[in-house]
Design a protein around this ligand. Sequence first.
Ligand code: PEP
Ligand code: MG
Length: 584
Amino acid sequence: MPFSLHGIGVSRGYAIGRTYLLQRNQPEITEYTIPDAIIEDEVQRFLNGLELARRQLLEIRERAPRTASNDITAFIDTHLLMLGDASLTDAPANLIRSLKCNAEWALKVQRDMLVQVFDEMDDPYLRTRKDDVEHVVRRVQRILVTDDPAYPSDADYSELAGSRLEGRIVVADDLTPADTILMQHQGVLAFVTEYGGPLSHTAILARSLGIPAVVGARNARSYLGNNEPVIVDGRQGVILVSLDERILRYYRHKQQEERRQQRELNKLKGKPAVTRDGVSIRLQANIELPEDAVTVREVAADGVGLYRTEFLFMNRADAPDEEEHLASYLHVIKVLEGSPITIRTADLGADKQVDGGRGGPVGTNPALGLRAVRMCLKDLSMFRPQLRAILRASAYGPVRMMIPMLSAVHEVFQVLRLVAETRQELRERGLAFDEKLPVGGMIEVPAAAVCAAQFARYLDFLSIGTNDLIQYTLAIDRVDDEINYLYDPLHPAVLMLIRNTIRAGQKAGIPVSLCGEMAGDPRYTRLLLGLGLTQFSMHPAGLLEIKRVVQDSHVGELAAVVRRLLHTTDAEKYAELLKTIAQN
Ligand code: PEP
Ligand code: MG
């Protein structure tokens, strides 16, 4: 019978394919002899393992989201029944006694026997029950073999680099941005993770890769078998399992419909992004990898508003040198043929961990710790090569430098001093660069948004990073799906900080853009236009849809409603005005 699992849809689109379950540390089962004197102790160890597995399943059932279908609980109940069945309780216990072997081996012997029986069944439904046996046995074996049975910490995802993932839907407990990058060239159809929120860097990468993704699908791997046919609906955050022909037909139709809509949107390529009342809006792209530059050109974006450079530091032990930085910038400059490119200096730490100990300590509140510009200013041996490379790249095209996570103006002074020193160094080396290279900053810490006018005095442009701004304003970890329901881009505090930053830029006469995920979400476009935003930077796949909304909007009318919105203290009125804006 079909059933569905639920998480958070983070990258739109539908994928129909077979799962590839990434299991961390699948326990190695070996046989060893148990002396007669302690056979009954071994049986007891086995029974304790069964009991722990039972408690885990009860807990999973308890934690299943209220929206989960009854089929999910039925699924868990099946596993609970199996755990109590003589074939998985008495039989292995007897094998321990007769073979004088360890519990996990006895379980393996019994599992092999049961799998063979299932394989010989004619009924296809009963044959699929084999997966249930596998799941239950694996759970108990993990408990018996490891101390932390559910999620051992020393992940080995080296298989991500293999080619077996092509055409598969990867299901993992969590994926780091580095894992996601590894998957890029493997032809993965979609991915599902048990943890993580929509603003995690992993989710952002999925959007940039243009593959459907669902995160926060708790315990997904407990319900899914390997190589199992599923559908991933990255819009709704749903994974459909045990498919029948009717569901498949429906989703194939949805895939076709999506392709049709995309063809319609493609007609907007090259058309101006001008509102109904004649306001010209700049739509730029966020890129994660040099290869993404091609997509930027495909959607005819007005250049790159955010080039995240963290990929340069990932999946390696050492830091990239100046030439490596330069090569990756020149690649993008070449592909974009004269469009502006905003290169962000390394934003490592917190959700962008890298190998080689350059990710900062993970345990101590990493989002509030040594990340981004803080880390760069602390480790100049890492920062200086990037500054040199960005400056050198500016000799080849219109480049801007952007500093992430500024919280105090003295950080701007430090960066500007380093840039000045780097210029001098390049002059001495006889290397060319743009003397007027604009240096801007990301406004993504509430302190910087409140004091945006101060930052605007010393910087050439500002870019609002709402992913972090929302996390820090509302005290909600952007990667924690448990509190994701509080992550609210429409919170009045967030909107006031955005407005304050836009105004500060207007007063100082410098451009202000917004490059957080809000910029690429059509639900917020009219609101941002009403707040006075004229530059958006987003994942290229969403750009044409935003252009359509822009062409359909009237900034003058929206601004009037947004003014009322920010003045009201009545929650109902606030919600009503938001609705008006969305429909305007
Ligand atoms: C942001 O914080 O909004 C942003 C664009 O930067 P990142 O998501 O890379 O932290
Ligand atoms: Mg950020």
